[in-house]
Design a protein. Structure first.
Length: 311
């Protein structure tokens, strides 16, 4: 027998309306027990007057179900996961376009997106918009994805002396998105071809930009303070800190916290000969039915997510 390790996931989510009148964030986390993979999807809707809440629900349901349908490919070592992520966001964008065509009053709706797949200790991710994806490792915090809004350009103007920090912080264009899922051509999709190797005790945080009421330093401090605790404790402390800040125009906030651990397992010595045969992927009638539902009627989004989660 030979000792090896098994990647384990501790996941928690939190969502709050903040100071807004409605919730435009949506998220789903699916990390099956005893499985070597997991899926996390988060979207922040835009266009309050144009159904931002429906936009985020549509994007999350489409992307999650599209990935879950291909779970056998995600679990296999031969799958091109970046290609699957891009295909999933493409399907969501098409569904958004179809919905807008069938509901002209919804024109202007859209959403940001973070979609992650973790297989064993490998992290694959895709990002559109300004929702942050953080990695906390060895007492340091790193934002993995870039901000697809005007904020980076405005901050660059501060660095060059063209604007003061005070003016930049209140700039009316600061939160204008430069890329989003709108049912049109997506200007920018970030999706690294090479996965990131995760290490024991790593903490991943997926969030809507409402979490950025807190500075990166504060997020790091709160995560480090409770790193030995469960993800649920980390999530609760982050949500409580945003609430305590009591910002009068606090945006919706959604958070998904994923902690990585590894457990030693014993496995037999590998055989000296190995034969691999590729087989076509067959979907069940249940899976075909769910795929057929990936369209138009946004009211079915919760059912789509629940059905996919049950697979």
């Amino acid at each position: 027998m030979k000792a090896s390790s098994k990647t384990c996931f501790d996941v928690s989510t939190g969502i709050d309306v903040g100071a807004r009148d409605y919730q435009e964030d949506c998220l789903v986390a699916d990390f099956p027990m005893c499985e070597s993979y997991g899926i996390g999807v988060l979207a922040d809707g835009m266009g309050a007057h144009a159904s931002g809440d429906m936009a985020s629900a549509l994007v999350v349901s489409q992307v999650f179900a599209a990935l879950k349908m291909r779970r056998n490919m995600l679990k296999s070592g031969d799958a091109n996961i970046p290609a699957l992520l891009k295909k999933a966001v493409g399907e969501a964008n098409t569904a958004m376009s179809n919905f807008i065509k069938n509901n002209p009053d919804s024109k202007g709706m859209g959403a940001t997106l973070i979609a992650t797949v973790v297989r064993d200790n490998q992290l694959y991710w895709l990002s559109v918009g300004d929702s942050p994806l953080y990695l906390i490792r060895n007492g340091e915090i790193q934002k993995l994805n870039e901000d697809h809004s005007m904020a980076p350009q405005i901050d660059a103007m501060v660095a060059s002396g063209q604007l003061s920090a005070e003016v930049a912080a209140q700039h009316p264009d600061r939160n204008c998105l430069t890329s989003a899922v709108l049912g049109e051509e997506i200007p920018r999709i970030d999706c690294p071809e090479t996965p990131m190797a995760l290490e024991p005790d790593d903490i991943l945080i997926l969030a809507s930009d409402g979490l950025q009421t807190l500075t990166d330093g504060t997020i790091l401090k709160l995560a480090n303070k409770t790193a030995a605790s469960s993800s649920a404790v980390v999530t609760q402390n982050l949500m409580s800190a945003v609430e305590a800040a009591a910002m009068p125009e606090q945006d919706n906030i959604s958070v998904m916290v994923l902690q990585i651990d590894q457990m030693p397992v014993m496995s037999p010595e590998p055989k000296t000969e190995r034969r691999i045969e590729t087989q076509p992927v067959h979907r069940s009638a249940e899976e075909d039915a769910i795929l057929a539902a990936l369209v138009p009627d946004i009211e079915e989004a919760p059912d789509i997510i629940n059905q996919a989660m049950a697979l």
